[in-house]
Design a protein around this ligand. Structure first.
Ligand SMILES: Cc1ncc(C[n+]2csc(CCOP(=O)(O)OP(=O)(O)O)c2C)c(N)n1
Ligand SMILES: [Mg+2]
Length: 612
């Protein structure tokens, strides 16, 4: 058995201080871990306890610099950590217990992975001296001590720490890897005896000499010049912005480039808000939930500059050339930090691996040199303004409708009218995500957080809590369906305990509405997708649930009540759940999703209304 120093008594600490000169200073891994995190500037750790990680919790209690945010479900903790990383622009830290703690968190960690969100997951594990004995709670059916393998497909790297003296450098590598290149979560899986093992403090201290931020790869000048020349020679260039713009902190550089060359900008779901939606050159979101005008502009482009996007299926209408992108004849220049994404689904003329902040700075230098006075495209600006006005006019009746249950368009319009420009908005999946992508203007870059890649129902409500912890100065609102809210209501306990003033707007259609509309369209039934009791629509009383947790809860009864209720909730600066009944109308789709060809080949059906 290993030499352990779990919770050493005061006398032992005194002995350690009075050690013989020349012998190395020792401390437990858990205490040094907390010191390390403090030194890195970590301010919050999200998580949930278990017998494997209490040494870390006990050390965290003593920290003046780090706050542990306690949750009631590891998925909640992981989504909070995800929202926190998105809102802070840094790497978040998640602490879990072994096996069920680790698997509970897996959905949240995978969600972060698919959206390239940096996160260090620290999990307790079975003691090293019990490897192979199948101790309590171990995932032990087909392999020994290998719970960390469960995370392999989605984390950038999974370490199992087998030796206390290697822990410090593993930790350092974990942070470096999570935040560099294409960001994403990593797992550091720590057998519980290692948390309590003595380690030479010098092993942690030497890490202080190591830089905590790496210089990122830029675009060389000849390539930047070649790219700008192609765009200047193009007849119908389009810039296609992905979430990588936000991850690289490149929204200012993007704006400078777009303003100088007046290139219209289409964006992915994750790229929403890369430029404000009221910028004159923003076309909007492409793909299945994009509008026809936007998809047509992309199809008709002769050159597209894709920045920080993986050209995902939903954004690209399942890559079918009749709908959104048509490469070739359209030619593609693709810049991304991850070489694996370049050329994945479309052929590229020029591909470059670079950090987008650096790349856009290089492109701006090249553009100013080649065309010092910039380019003007008044017709493009006019066409975009006309298309935008037409869309708003076409939506006006719905966006101002007094019907109750409310039209989803009206809910979104009222939310936008009520929120300050810089409010942070978290969506879940359903109308809230697809409808927001299509028709909810984001007015400040980096203020919309949505589960893009994994499309995790249950993300939005807890992610908003994490965002508010990171940015207490901002108004934070979660737009979430009744299905999504029902996944993680236990996050309300954390909201109450920690006074995290998020407002959750539940767009409640008494159904997994998006899927109900899909099943109805293809199979003529809503079986298994709607909530009912004895044949009548059913919803739990979410406002009462909120109140039971100690959180304000409001049930809306008319469309006119909603906007003022939201304004009051924001003003109160307290957590508040607003439950709004909503018709189950599908988000209009102009693009395509290939699943339609699986269910209804040859027929152009998408989703249909299932009413209210
Ligand atoms: C964890 C998870 N399970 C299932 C799905 C499939 N799914 C996509 S949308 C949706 C319905 C969401 O219902 P709700 O939150 O009420 O929003 P609505 O569609 O009604 O607007 C489901 C179940 C998913 N995305 N995530
Ligand atoms: Mg619903």
């Amino acid at each position: 058995m290993k030499d352990t120093v779990a919770n050493p008594p005061a006398s032992e600490a005194r002995r350690a201080r009075a050690r013989i000169p020349g012998t190395p200073k020792k401390d437990t891994v858990a205490r040094q871990l907390v010191k390390y995190l403090e030194h890195r500037g970590v301010k919050h750790v999200f998580g949930l306890c278990g017998h494997t990680n209490i040494a870390v919790l006990a050390a965290l209690e003593k920290s003046r610099k780090i706050k542990f945010v306690n949750t009631r479900h590891e998925q909640v903790a992981a989504h909070m950590a995800d929202g926190y990383a998105r809102a802070s622009g840094g790497t978040s830290v998640l602490l879990t217990h072994l096996s069920p703690g680790l698997t509970n968190a897996a959905t949240g960690v995978a969600n972060a992975a698919l959206d390239s969100i940096p996160m260090v997951v620290i999990a307790g594990d079975v003691p090293t001296h019990y490897y192979g004995k199948h101790p309590h709670q171990e995932v032990n059916l087909h392999a020994d001590a290998s719970q960390f393998e469960i995370y392999r497909p989605f984390v950038k790297r999974a370490w199992r720490v087998d030796s206390a003296h290697l822990f410090p450098e593993i930790l350092e590598k974990a942070f470096a890897l999570a935040g560099s290149g294409r960001p994403g979560p990593v797992l550091v899986d720590v057998p519980m005896d290692i948390f309590s093992a003595p380690v030479d403090v010098s092993r942690f201290e030497r890490l202080r000499h190591n830089t905590k931020s790496l210089v990122r790869p830029s675009l060389d000048e000849p390539t930047a010049t070649a790219i700008v020349k192609k765009l200047l020679a193009a007849k119908r260039p389009v810039l296609y912005a992905g979430g990588g713009i936000m991850l690289a902190g490149a929204t200012k550089e993007l704006r400078e480039f777009v303003d100088h060359l007046q290139i219209p900008v289409a964006h992915t779901l994750m790229g929403k808000g890369a430029l404000p939606d009221d910028h004159p050159l923003v076309l909007g979101m492409t793909g299945f939930w994009g509008t026809k005008f936007i998809n047509d502009q992309c199809r008709a482009a002769d050159w597209i500059l894709g920045l920080g996007t993986r050209f995902s299926e939903a954004d690209c209408s399942s890559w079918e050339p009749e709908y959104t992108f048509n490469f070739p004849p359209t030619k593609l220049i693709h810049i991304d930090i991850d070489p694996a994404e370049i050329g994945r689904n479309y052929p590229v003329e020029i591909g470059a691996v670079a950090d987008l902040n650096q790349a856009l700075a290089a492109l701006n230098r090249a553009a100013r040199k080649l065309v010092p006075t910039g380019v003007k495209r008044p017709k493009v600006v006019k066409d975009i303004a006309a298309a935008r006005a037409k869309f708003v006019a076409g939506n006006r009746a719905h966006a101002t409708s007094e019907v109750y249950p409310m039209r989803p368009e009206r809910i979104l319009a009222d939310v936008r009218d009520t929120l300050p420009r810089d409010a942070l908005i978290c969506t879940d999946v359903g109308w809230n995500k697809n409808g927001v992508g299509q028709q909810f203007p984001i007015l400040e870059p980096g203020t919309i957080f949505t589960p893009g890649g994994y499309a995790t129902m249950g993300f939005g409500a807890p992610a908003a809590l994490g965002a508010k912890v990171a940015r207490p100065d901002r108004v934070v609102v979660a737009l979430v369906g009744d299905g999504g809210f029902g996944q993680n209501p236990a996050m309300l306990a954390t909201a109450f305990e920690e006074d995290i003033a998020v407002v959750w707007v539940i767009m409640n259609n008494f159904a997994f509405g998006t899927i109900a509309g899909l099943e109805k369209a293809h199979f003529g039934t809503t079986f298994g997708t709607v909530f009912a009791k004895d044949g009548k629509p059913y919803s739990p009383d979410f406002a009462a649930i909120a109140r039971a947790y100690g959180v304000d809860g409001v049930k809306i009864r008319t469309a006119a009540e909603f906007g003022p209720a939201l304004a009051r909730a924001i003003k109160a600066k307290k957590p508040c759940v607003i439950d709004v009944e909503m018709l189950n109308e599908p988000v209009p789709t102009a693009g395509h999703w290939n699943i339609m060809d699986i269910y209804s080949p040859g027929r152009k059906v998408h989703h249909v209304s299932t009413g209210g």
